[in-house]
Design a protein around this ligand. Structure first.
Ligand code: ATR
Length: 277
């Protein structure tokens, strides 16, 4: 065990409900690391100054959440290729020579989660249907394409936002109307909900799943509730389903390893710690 104090955290506005402190706190305790992970309420006005100050205070790095994920790219000295492609960052590291590196682990967190529960699945095995075209969809579409997915159908309430993804990521992205979902279900290997529909307190995701193929892997980025109506219905058809909590856990792992020097486990013990209390 090192006697050097290691500090990291998460910045956002609002920040009080972030689960990241509990997640990293569990790992710190489990591995006996002398470190701290703190939530910091940082507004748009103070973002720039805060990011310059944090390394002076001893911070190794910081996670970024709403509304700063895009803005931090302008402040960073180094932007990884995947963060640049996605157009947003969630994991910042202060390098030894005082530079700020911005990375995005949302897409890899998504893929790692699906692979953990369906080890035989690979993005290249067939088309994917992505519901939604917001920030999370952008990271997921980008990563599915990078992993060799032959075609990504994007369906969104506001079609113009889906068109932006097509424009940005090219011809393997196909924008479809919401009404076409039942036809598309026949041909996709992966179905993912990236909208907030189905979340506690939000409207339900009302789609007809009659034509869903039992071999399709179905996942939801909503994790409150853990078993969304989409996942329950897909399981009823015989599909392999993956809940959204694992994406949160997996996206956190690279930052933890960089800042605290230990590759952490994403397992049932961590899930229970994040869900509990
Ligand atoms: P995130 O960063 O989590 O992706 P976001 O960028 O606000 O959040 O995106 C939210 C997604 O949920 C969008 O695809 C949004 O659709 P619009 O682009 O049309 O807003 C979708 N969404 C939210 N509420 C919805 C609703 N009531 N019906 C359909 N889609 C909805």
């Amino acid at each position: 065990m090192t006697d050097k104090l290691l500090i990291a955290g998460v910045i956002g506005d609002p920040i009080a409900h972030s689960r990241s402190p509990r997640l990293h706190g569990h790992w710190l305790q489990r591995y006996g690391i002398n470190g701290h992970y703190v939530p910091l309420h940082v507004t748009r006005d103070t973002l720039h100054d805060t990011l310059r100050l944090l390394p002076e205070l001893g911070f190794k790095g910081i996670n970024v959440t709403i509304p700063h994920k895009e803005t931090v790219l302008q402040i960073a000295d180094i932007v990884t290729d995947r963060a640049a492609l996605i157009g947003a960052a969630n994991t910042l590291t202060f390098t030894a020579n005082g530079r700020l590196q911005a990375d995005n682990t949302d897409g890899s967190g998504f893929i790692d989660n699906v692979k953990q529960y369906t080890p035989d699945w690979s993005a290249s095995e067939g088309p994917a249907l992505v519901l939604g075209a917001g920030g999370a969809a952008r990271a997921i579409v980008c990563t599915l394409l990078a992993e060799g997915c032959p075609q990504v159908f994007v369906v969104n309430r506001t079609r113009a936002r889906a068109d932006v993804l097509r424009h940005h990521f090219g011809a393997r992205v196909m924008v479809m109307d919401w009404t076409r979902i039942p036809d598309l279900l026949d041909e996709v290997a992966l179905l993912v909900n990236t909208t907030s529909l189905g979340m506690e307190g939000a409207q339900p995701l009302n789609i007809n799943l009659d034509r869903l193929h039992p071999q399709t892997v179905v996942t939801d980025i909503v994790y409150t509730p853990l078993r969304t109506e989409l996942l329950v219905a897909a399981e009823g058809v015989g599909c392999h389903v993956v809940d959204g909590l694992g994406m949160l856990l997996h996206q956190a792992a690279p930052g933890f390893e960089r800042w605290f020097g230990r590759k952490p486990e994403v397992d049932e013990e961590l899930r229970a710690a994040v869900l509990g209390g």
